[in-house]
Design a protein around this ligand. Structure first.
Ligand SMILES: O=c1[nH]c(=O)c2nn[nH]c2[nH]1
Length: 294
């Protein structure tokens, strides 16, 4: 037998960082969960118990804290690149760093119509995520939004689909549509950290655009299917971000089924009369797409 792949590091490193503006007294907080996995000439630590090549995962955790102290943690695309580049610069036997960051929401409270200087709320378990793969000659970045749960109460249909002896689903022209958005966009390859720093303004703009595009198209599209609507969203992300090479979605179709109440005094509650509806935990549709530049 031989070692055919290996990477190791620290997962679930929770980091909070606060920026305190001295002039205005306004605090800005970031909370993230970091995973950092290293690859390189580490085979002997697996095959012959040679720990001399091991940067301890505890040291990786310590490094995450120090780099968060020394550097901006926003945008996460930049911080992930800084962190990954550190390991390659510091350890000549490490040749690749995989850095995954999940940024949690702390949205500034608005109290009496005023943004509060140091109070925030967790308005959803949605996270902004980055996966960075750093080598000595490239930085590959993929950004992501996940956990943004949306619903529309109309403006969605699904009909004219293939019908055969396995088909029982009625055609529908007006349905509830709900999903948990998982949207990713993959950047052009960056040559190095300097190239990422040069384009630093692109990352927050792309995240804002992807989030806005997703909700606007979800809301406004007269949806013929999950497939058709998500394709439009992905196309719009590519139009908004020229430095993004491809955009993808993974969308569960979280079904809401009509409840027939006609047994009770002939109560009309199906189709156009549906008001009380049964949200389903499963089964659920699961629809993927990836859209690239032609
Ligand atoms: O939007 C939808 N796409 C599908 O492929 C599907 N299948 N059943 N319901 C569906 N709704």
């Amino acid at each position: 037998a031989r070692l055919s792949a290996a990477r190791y590091g620290k997962d679930n490193v929770r980091v909070y960082k606060v920026h305190k503006d001295k002039e205005t007294g306004v605090h800005t907080v970031t909370e993230m969960t970091v995973c950092c996995l290293l690859e390189g000439e580490i085979e002997t630590s697996y095959t012959v118990a040679d720990n001399s090549v091991v940067v301890a995962t505890d040291s990786i955790k310590n490094t995450i804290y120090i780099k968060a102290k020394e550097n901006p943690v926003d945008p996460p695309e930049l911080f992930a690149s800084i962190l990954g580049a550190h390991f390659l610069d510091t350890y000549k036997h490490i040749h690749k760093a995989n850095v995954m960051i999940k940024v949690h929401r702390w949205t500034r409270m608005v109290i009496d119509d005023k943004p509060h200087p140091h109070s925030f709320l967790r308005d959803g378990e949605e996270t902004r995520n980055v996966k960075a793969v750093i080598t000595r000659d490239s930085i590959h970045l993929t950004s992501n939004i996940t956990g943004l749960t949306v619903l529309k109460s109309t403006g969605s249909a699904f009909h004219s689909f293939l019908r055969d002896e396995f088909t029982t689903l009625p055609e529908v022209w007006d349905r509830i549509l709900s999903t948990d958005v998982d949207c990713s966009w993959t950047w052009k390859t960056f040559a190095n950290l300097a190239a990422v720093q040069k384009d630093v303004a692109l990352f927050n703009k792309a995240w804002t655009d992807a989030r806005t595009i997703t909700m606007r198209t979800f809301a406004n599209d007269d949806s013929a299917s999950v497939q058709a609507t998500m394709y439009k969203m992905a196309e719009e992300i590519l139009e908004a971000a020229p430095e993004v090479e491809k955009a993808s979605y993974k969308l569960p179709n979280k079904h809401y089924f009509d409840i027939d109440l006609s047994w009770y005094k002939g109560t009309k509650n199906t189709g156009a009369d549906a008001e009380v509806v049964a949200p389903q935990s499963g089964p659920n549709g699961l629809i993927f797409c990836e859209v690239s530049r032609s």
